[in-house]
Design a protein around this ligand. Structure first.
Ligand SMILES: NC(=O)c1ccc[n+]([C@@H]2O[C@H](COP(=O)([O-])OP(=O)(O)OC[C@H]3O[C@@H](n4cnc5c(N)ncnc54)[C@H](OP(=O)(O)O)[C@@H]3O)[C@@H](O)[C@H]2O)c1
Length: 339
């Protein structure tokens, strides 16, 4: 099969090679999938840059999700059969013509579901669903701030917050993305490269504060977000995009920027800090991944969620796709078609 390898930690142009390699062997609890399309995630950019601790050693095939047909089923798999069309979360290995994964990390999708939209449902919608519905139980009337709201996870969080009838503040880094956020129904879009998001939020909520902050930027964004919470408020950290271009000293500064918190402070002010890493959840509770995936597919079939494909590429355009995502140009999902 053909697969995209990261061969060195470098720029998009220098990092990738497309090579022939053996098809992955399917274990008893796994399924093998002939891939139609795979999705890009920001963690792939970090893996390419060599700043993602969970990434496999080089040369590596990364990729957290694929859409395709099951072509092989492990001996212990009961719930899937050859021919099922699925969206699947992969533990790397997604950038390829064939991929394998735990059968519990798959959800059956209709034949007519757009492959690009479906790729978004795995990592980005799965993460958003777990964070918003399971870790924080977002409620009607909540005032919610979503950082980098125009991105993949951001778009999913916006759609979940709309469904739950929340008041939504969403940040993004360009006017084009602000227009996109308006079209997605964000009540207060904020260009955080031009405006101070803390001031903009306070103008609206005053002393009431926020109920929820979803943060994928890290560092002092966590500290500022925490400062915006009212009683009962929760901040959910699930990324550290600030680390992308940071040298050693900047990384220390970003690390310290998160702030220091004591359980007594959290208890007396009734505020919570929540961390989410879906890889740890996949290791510890694969059934959680199965449930989140099943629920986002169902919500999409009901028309409640509607993933947005922001850009489409072919496999041999992988460098272009990475440059696009890293360059903060994308809205919604960046998808790569294998053929
Ligand atoms: N913990 C988990 O399990 C988990 C799972 C999935 C994703 N994530 C994290 O969630 C975040 C979103 O992932 P995604 O795949 O949906 O990506 P994405 O949001 O589509 O793309 C990343 C966005 O981050 C924003 N950003 C802010 N500061 C940046 C910087 N210094 N450099 C580059 N971009 C910056 C940019 O939007 P603006 O231009 O609007 O600022 C950019 O478009 C990432 O941090 C990712 O690592 C975590």
């Amino acid at each position: 099969m053909k697969a995209v390898f990261i061969v060195k930690n470098s720029t998009p142009e220098k990092s990738f090679q497309i090579k022939e390699t053996d098809q992955p062997k399917v274990a008893n609890h796994e399924v093998g999938i002939k891939v139609e399309a795979f999705g890009l995630n920001y963690a792939d950019v970090m893996a390419r840059l060599g700043i993602y601790p969970d990434a496999p050693p080089l040369p590596a095939i990364v990729g957290y999700e694929v859409v395709g047909k099951i072509v092989e089923v492990g001996a212990d798999v009961q719930n899937r059969k050859v021919g099922d069309r699925v969206v699947a979360m992969t533990r790397f290995g997604g950038y390829a013509e064939f991929a394998k994964t735990d059968a519990r990390a798959t959800a059956i999708i209709p034949e007519n579901m757009n492959a690009g939209k479906a790729t978004a449902l795995a990592t980005q919608y799965g993460t958003a669903y777990f964070a918003a519905e399971e870790m924080t139980r977002m409620q009607e009337g909540d005032h919610v701030l979503i950082q980098a709201a125009a991105g993949g996870v951001g778009t999913a969080l916006v759609q979940l917050a709309k469904w739950r009838k929340c008041t939504i503040f969403g940040t993004a880094g360009s006017q084009k993305k602000i227009d996109y956020l308006k079209s997605q129904g964000v009540h207060y879009p904020i260009n955080y490269r031009e405006q101070d998001f803390v001031k903009e939020v306070k103008k609206v909520v005053g002393d009431r504060g926020l109920d929820l902050v979803f943060d994928s930027i890290g560092g002092n964004y966590i500290k500022k977000g925490f400062g915006l919470l009212g009683a009962g408020g929760r901040i959910i950290g699930y990324g550290a995009a600030q680390m992308t271009n940071a040298n050693f000293f900047k990384k220390i500064k970003i690390g310290l920027g998160f702030g220091f918190y004591s359980p007594i402070q959290l208890l007396s002010n009734s505020k919570s800090i929540i961390g989410v890493n879906m890889l740890r959840i996949a290791d510890h509770r694969p059934d959680t991944i199965e449930r989140c995936l099943k629920n986002v597919v169902a919500l999409t079939e009901q028309g409640i969620l509607n993933p947005v494909v922001g850009a489409e590429f072919k496999m041999n355009e992988i460098a272009k796709a990475h440059a696009f995502l890293q360059g903060r140009q994308s809205t919604g999902k960046v998808v790569v078609y294998v053929k």
